[in-house]
Design a protein around this ligand. Sequence first.
Ligand code: P6P
Length: 331
Amino acid sequence: MSGVKTLSEFIIERQDDFPFASGELTRLLNDIVIASKIVNREVNKAGLADILGATTQENIQGEIQQKLDVYADDQFIAALRNGGEACGIASEENDDFLAFESLRSREGKYILSFDPLDGSSNIDVNVSIGTIFSIYRRESEVGTLAKEADFLQKGENQVAAGYVIYGSSTMLVYTTGKGVNGFTLDPSIGEFCLSHPNMMIPKNGTIYSMNEGNMSYCSDAIKNYIAYCKEVDTETKRPYSARYIGSMVADFHRNMIKGGIFIYPETTKAVNGKLRLQYECNPMAFIMEQAGGIAHTGTQRIMEIQPTELHQRVPTIMGSSNMVEKLLSYY
Ligand code: P6P
């Protein structure tokens, strides 16, 4: 395949970018790739297999678990447990973190927090969904079981983060702190191939993405900014376009390509918003900042937050720097 660079080739080529080299990231990301390919296969035929619809289970969020949520969770946990590079994981689908117990996994130097299938309420209506992952170096002693503190590190401690979007094509986008690169799965060879090198979000955009059904419960800052987006001003290309898919990975990825702002703010109904810090906001914030955008809560940079609990939620504003700065001017 002349000219095509696979993800595996790219990671090995950029091995030195990852400060803890010796192939650890390569093996860790390949574990994630394996699981994402398996999940992709099931997502693409969800309508055919008996994995559509919901289980009778609720996750810690109080959300009914979709069958594919649980399936995806199982695949990522299995791949990471078998891979041996991770000593434990935290997942949206599991109440507590999971410390892998094998002697090999106890030697693992990394932990992962992930949302195995974000936006899963969209599965049955065939809307793009995604996997989000965040990789940290463990703080606890190598050779021991992973500890809770390993999973409550600030976002700025991340060593890698990424997402997989199962959409019109399946893409994996990730960063190790040296820029953002996107890879598209070529089903004919079963490889993720470099398709979006050095992704940078445009500094300006004309798309705002928010569930306006919550507007009555939002702060004046949000109400005033959304009103600004709707004003007629040809010089600044307003009114902007409203685009909201209801799947964070899909809304985020669109904005990465076209420019735009994604907002899930605090409301009087949910004072910390809805999105989870450790496996939605922090990994996406790492990617957004590496792509030249801003990731903020309205009062602070997301990656500076000291987590206090595994599933805590934070208000989320992410996107083109000039658009986010305009919104922040209303706070
Ligand atoms: P709402 C999906 O459930 C999710 O966690 C994100 O992917 C998405 O951005 C958000 O919630 C949608 O929430 O309240 O607008 O349906």
